[in-house]
Ligand binder design. Sequence first.
Ligand code: HEC
Length: 406
Amino acid sequence: MEAFLLTYGVEWLNLLGRWLHLITGIAWIGASFYFVWLDNSIKPPAPGSELAGKGVSGELWAVHGGGFYNPQKYLIAPKELPQELHWFKWEAYATWLSGFALLFIVYYFNASAMMIDKSVADLSSWQAIGIGLGTLVVGWTVYDLLCRSPLGEREGLLGIVMYILIVAAAFALSKLLSGRAAYIHVGAMIGTMMVGNVLMVIIPGQRKLVEAMRAGRQPDAIHGRRAKQRSVHNNYFTLPVLFIMISNHYAMTYSHSYNWAVLAAIMAAGVLIRHFFNLKHKGRIAWGYPAAGMALLLAVAIAIAPRPAARPQAAANGAANDAGFARVQTIIAQRCVSCHSAQPTQPGFATAPAGVMLDTPALLRQHAAKVYQQAVQLKAMPIGNLTQITDEERAIIGAWYEAGAK
Ligand code: HEC
């Protein structure tokens, strides 16, 4: 098959995989947010009431979509197993499977462009892919062992240790992979922990509860407690992971030289904001948490704000003297157009990435501000510096743009 048809096919797999990932992710996170809200919002029935007699530990009334709902929670389990019992697991599994497929489609099939940044580490594609997959396996193993260890009994401390380990992983990945790939692998690692919790702990625990009831035994409360612990972790993981999944659109975060610290701060902000909602469901309003989260985000925004680039004087003079544009065009043709063209020649690219085409003077001028942002301010382009642009060339583009992009 023609190579461009193959990359075009991969582009469609990318579209379908991402669409599916988003849909299943919404279904999973939506259901899990709902159950956290439910669990935190239910109130115990009056002592001695009929409900209390049935073993109901909490209930509430809600109105939604034109109907009234009255969910009730049984502590450990109801006296008799209902005929039909709904499980929630395929949302989680499908989210992970589609996400894992996307790792291959977006990153592993095109590792030299998407994962490797030779200014970070000069890796081969296989090394980069090995590091990526290894991160998922090691991440889950360490996390699961910690939860099962004595530390697992001490929730607060476990949370702090997990945060430090995740930041350490982000640091290590930022020294090995391109910023973008480092971020996505931190997200994929946490996402794998979340799905691991569902597959390996929560669902098996629930199975044991159900089996015990079928056999007429009193179910052991430990299964419920273990599942609850993992479900609480998943809840706090959610906002950090969702940020990472959209982080690819924000080169200002992942391409910063302290990208791992930026990620650490944004993840912490996500946890603080989530904590606010968990308390709020229980009727406690503690504005300090989201305020601290927003303050962190503001601090990050200020810390990573682009500064005027210190550029070699010779380059700036050169750009001004030559009236710049011809040189800029040559640089763009050499460093950018292999991807940013209607017919990219770079293997693995079927269409112009992000729809940005730079092959004519008019197109280049039209995209001048974005070119400046991506190639000069953020140094996010060329992606992974695959085409090896030099700092001097960046400076020439910078001087041209600052002189009015004529
Ligand atoms: C190896 C291929 C490749 C090369 C070479 C390359 N880019 Fe890109 N570019 C990409 C990809 C992939 C994206 C899409 C990134 C994303 O998905 O967020 C992109 C996106 C962009 C965007 C849009 C960013 C946005 O967020 O809207 C701009 C602008 C851009 N590149 C400019 C450049 C410039 C300028 C150069 C040369 C200095 C360059 N690129 C070289 C692959 C490349």
